[in-house]
Design a binder for this molecule. Structure first.
Ligand code: FAD
Length: 693
């Protein structure tokens, strides 16, 4: 009999398994390279990795694992900082671990003399980050069961020592729910928490200080519990950067910013995702504002032929490139300008070290494409750099900044310095050429793709994704420079280039528009799509109410495009109300003429209400308009309308939530607390959805 495909697959898997067993994974080193093309296939890349954390720790001689649940990289960054500090200050043998890469059934055999740390970000409406979903499902399950350890125990995790820190945002209703819930579950299972579970608040802008304030007492408790001796912390690299003067940066195997092997070889291959972007053509771009000093971009990104798909309400991620001006500044201050195109290779000094980008590469490529060099500086990082200062007085200043929270705030944070700007400011002409490059690779964030709410409907344009992005340009009184958002200014430069503007960068930012080896030439940008739960009701006849001031209107343009098309196709479309706000009708009322066209398609069923905050004597915002239409809103809610809010999380979304409660209370003659419960119930049943940032 012939073997069918399944048999062959099974046999091949068995054979590979056997090889893996006998070679103890030696031959899997290639597959471990997270940038090997196979990463795109997920499972294949992971084939050689153990998912057994205890085995991994044993094998690599670790006694402390820091698990992270991270969406934008901050939790991952905090995890590696804990790892470094645990090792340099307390001699712990630390490793970080992506929650997604391990199984947790054997946590009940976690040895008593080791410790697990959990650094957990909460995402959106109290959800786990993508990489923590499986762990969360496991640990929160009513009948969670562990494989090892034997027997049924009330306290299966009695041996597990752990510490926990959460990253959240108090403007969201489910503030830090991940760390709160996970500690609740771990405690219920008998695990031993060391110290209190920390909570960082991005909403209040105190994440970094919350983290610093939490970790000191935590280390103290941990040191007592594990009898650790504190010692003077010295920098211990976990990576090694080797210069390769004999190699030519132009040779085919050197990564000049390509995110992985397929891209290096010039044949990008799907599936495209958070590890593997699609280099997409920008089909069209235009300016939406009519004022000189503010920009809002509309772009059409072509995904045809990529196998990427989206549905209305999803997000697209844009992979940015740092501005040339900032890359140069970074190179200059570190004394790297002369050898920016030197080929370097980056290696982990132990098997658990994570290398954040593929190598061999060059200094220039690392700084331009892989490191978040423009972000605010962390106080802890200033302390870490202090010993490498160009002279003793600078060192003293750095040490003071690192240890004095208020001083740091005045000198660094309030001035919006990025790292190179700070070093420039302090050094007054001296270069920082004593700093090991590894400290930046280990200590700075890996550059993060930024998300945009897709502003088109997949029903109308399946292969073209629209985005609506306001260009970040922040002038702070007293600061020496204009703060330029990394991604949006890159997009602005792409747009200017597409329109043949002779001066593509208004602030001389000077982007490498054509990308590594000109692979982005012809106006391309690396992207991937992230699916969201922000969705229209499946029945188009249901009424919807949308609140989206500013660029918060982005996904609603998609929603309305979709309903307009459904109306044109003869479907019954329910009442569609849009509350929009901006400063002035003549300046930033985006898509003004499109809304008219949608009205022609939907007639009375589409209604747009606008608030212009800088036109009348009194500032009018969307919240005021909602109140004016209280009766109608309540009537629509009684007809099971869906209510959507998009845009500013810090103020607007919260106020809209409150106002809706007030409207319900007033209209139905019930107490405000009862009305709040109704709003909560709407959230729970997805009748109230938010897409806020
Ligand atoms: P960044 O470089 O990331 O800077 C952003 C801000 O960080 C600055 O304005 C400043 O406040 C602060 N900052 C940066 N560097 C420093 C420093 N050195 N010192 C002090 N502060 C600093 N935006 C849209 O315009 N349209 C959308 O439709 C949209 N949808 C989104 C959907 C989701 C789900 C999310 C999460 C975000 C969305 N955003 C949207 C926001 C978008 O992702 C970006 O955050 C935004 O465009 C800014 O990106 P940037 O790289 O230009 O700025």
């Amino acid at each position: 009999a012939q073997l069918d495909t399944l048999d062959i697959v099974v046999l091949a898997a068995l054979l590979l398994g056997t090889i893996a067993y006998f070679t103890k994974g030696t031959y899997w080193a290639v597959a471990k390279d997270p940038y090997a093309g196979s990463l795109a296939n997920g499972a294949a890349a992971k084939a050689g990795k153990t998912r057994d954390i205890l085995e991994k720790m044993d094998e690599s001689g670790k006694n402390c694992v820091i698990f992270y649940g991270s969406q934008t990289g901050t939790a991952e960054d905090y995890a590696s900082r804990l790892a470094k500090e645990g090792s340099s200050r307390f001699g712990l043998k630390t490793m970080t671990a992506d929650l997604e890469e391990y199984d947790f059934e054997n946590l009940d055999s976690f040895p008593e003399d080791k410790v697990a740390m959990f650094v957990l970000a909460t995402y959106g409406e109290g959800e786990p980050t993508d990489n923590a979903v499986e762990f969360y499902e496991f640990i929160s399950s009513e009948d969670v069961s562990f494989t090892q350890g034997g027997g049924v125990s009330e306290k299966p995790l009695a041996n597990l020592k752990y510490v926990a820190f959460g990253l959240g945002n108090n403007t969201y209703e489910h503030y830090n729910s991940m760390v709160r819930n996970v500690t609740k579950f771990l405690d219920r299972l008998g695990a031993n928490r060391i110290g209190t579970a920390g909570e960082g608040d991005d909403g209040a802008g105190t994440m970094e200080e919350d983290f610093l304030a939490w970790k000191e007492p935590m280390w103290k408790h941990l040191a007592e519990s594990m009898q650790l001796q504190e010692r003077e912390a010295v920098y211990e690299p976990v990576l090694e950067v080797t210069e390769k003067p004999d190699m030519d940066a132009e040779s085919d195997d050197v990564y000049l910013g390509e995110p992985n092997k397929n891209h290096l070889e010039g044949k990008q291959k799907g599936p495209f995702n958070a590890h593997n972007p699609y280099i997409a053509p920008i089909a069209e771009s235009k300016e939406l504002f009519t004022v000189k000093n503010r920009n809002c971009l509309h772009m059409e990104i072509d995904i045809s032929g990529s196998n990427l798909s989206y549905t209305t309400g999803d997000h697209i991620a844009i992979w940015p490139t740092n501005a040339g001006k900032e890359v140069d500044r970074f190179m200059n201050i570190l004394g790297l300008s002369e050898k920016r195109h030197m080929v370097i290779s980056v290696k982990g000094l132990d098997a658990t070290a994570k290398i954040p980008f593929p190598s061999p590469t060059t200094y220039d490529a690392v700084v331009r494409y892989h490191m978040e060099i423009c972000a605010p500086v962390s106080r802890q990082f200033v302390s870490a750099l202090a010993p490498f200062s160009p002279d003793d007085s600078i060192k003293a200043e750095m040490t003071k900044m690192g240890s004095d929270r208020d001083y740091f705030h005045d000198q660094v944070a309030a001035r919006n310095y990025n790292l190179a700007q700070l070093l420039e400011f302090l050094s007054q002409g001296k270069t920082w050429d004593n700093v090991p490059f590894t400290i930046f690779v280990e200590g700075l964030h890996k550059i993060q793709p930024r998300y945009y709410s897709i502003s088109s409907s997949s029903l109308v344009q399946k292969n073209k994704i629209s985005i609506t992005a306001i260009v970040e340009s922040v002038e702070v009184p007293g600061a020496s420079h204009v703060l330029k958002g990394v991604t949006t200014n890159y997009l602005l430069a792409l747009k200017q280039k597409q329109h043949g503007d002779p001066n593509p960068d208004p602030h001389g930012l000077d982007y490498a528009i054509t990308g590594p080896r000109n692979k982005y030439d012809g106006i391309h940008v690396p992207v991937h799509v992230r699916h969201s739960n922000f969705k229209l009701p499946s029945d188009p006849s249901k009424p919807i109410i949308m609140v989206g001031p500013g660029t918060g209107v982005a996904p609603f343009r998609g929603f309305i495009q979709e309903r307009a098309k459904q109306a044109r196709d003869g479907e019954t479309v329910g009442k569609t109300m849009l509350f929009f706000g901006c400063r002035k009708k003549a300046e930033d009322f985006i898509y003004a003429d499109e809304w008219e066209a949608y009205k022609n398609d939907m007639g009375e069923n589409f209604e747009m209400l606008t608030a212009f905050s800088r036109e009348g004597a009194q500032k009018v915002y969307v919240q005021h308009l909602l109140k004016q239409r209280a009766a109608e809103i309540d009537r629509l809610l009684q007809q099971k309308a869906y209510f959507y809010v998009c845009g500013d999380a810090a103020n607007m979304a919260r106020e809209v939530n409150t106002v809706l409660g007030q409207i319900i209370a007033e209209q139905r003659g019930i107490s405000e607390s009862k009305a709040e419960d109704i709003v909560k119930a709407m959230r729970n049943s997805n009748a109230y959805q938010e897409d806020v940032w």
